[in-house]
Design a protein around this ligand. Sequence first.
Ligand code: TYM
Length: 336
Amino acid sequence: MTEFTPRIFSGIKPSGGVTLGNYLGAIKRWVDMQGPDFQTIYCAVDLHAITVWQDPAALRNGTREIAAALIASGIDPERSILFNQSQVSAHAELAWIFNCVARVGWMNRMTQFKEKAGKNAEAVSLGLYAYPALMAADILAYHATHVPVGEDQKQHVELTRDIAAKFNNDYKVDFFPLTEPVIEGPATRVMNLRDGTKKMSKSGESDMERINMTDDADTIAKKFRKARTDPAPLPDTLDELKDRPEARNLVDIYAGLSDSTPQAVLSDYAGAGWGKFKPALADLAVAKLSPISTEMSRLMSDPSEIDRVLARGAERAKALAEPILARTYGIVGLVG
Ligand code: TYM
């Protein structure tokens, strides 16, 4: 197998704001991965967003807000390549090739599609169904070797490996890397604050179930105060949290925000009741998130500067993706 240069790609949908789940499961880790070991490429995936209806003005605003959130969280547009997907047409072009490599049976197994489509599978867009092939194209257009994501994206990254392997095998080449999902840290699956068995998501029906990166200090404190828990105090060991999903979630969030581990959090708070732990968690969250949301608002006051950053990132992204796309076309036998 060819040695590929270590390269990180990851993306986030610009639909409906940024949650604490996005921050702890993805963005914070993307920030930490910037450095000499990897080239880092981060993308606001606007073409993915439109697989479900998006109001055009809200989409434009959402894309800039994602860029602002990433920069405010510590993504440096000089050290990393930061752009929005639709400005680099190689993504959509490679996705078409992968639509012809991926099998319908593979798509039928995607749990996220099944969850999103629900009983409505006949009426959702064809794009929602083909979404994982576009995601594979996002990653493989850069020959990315590592993809930091939350737990919910694992299956899609595994499908990306299947697509790469089938392409390499069909065309008898060693061209696309078998990308590794990187799912690490204490908060790879941040749960809903009102129901610890469901993922925290931007589309959940009540705003009380999630923390948004734009929430002010009072709102954050109120949401943690009202978060569902059980009556028992915090135990000594993680094992004792096995059947207490809401308690486990708050401990994981604390660990994620404090760069600690869930076990270390329990060591500090064993025996404490929620009257003590929830205010401490709220204070920690406000201390970490408020500077980010303040910086986000400052950046959002100058959208043209954000657009310049994204355009510059797109040029750098194109310089990497276009030669890979051209070689792919050559392998496939497309004349040009
Ligand atoms: P999206 O926009 O739903 O989420 C962006 C990132 O945030 C993570 N995440 C979470 N992590 C922990 N707990 C949660 N509750 C939580 N909610 C979201 C997601 O796992 C993800 O890492 N299909 C992707 C976007 C995408 C992409 C890609 C990712 C498109 N192309 C290529 C990686 C590589 C998505 O919808 O993420």
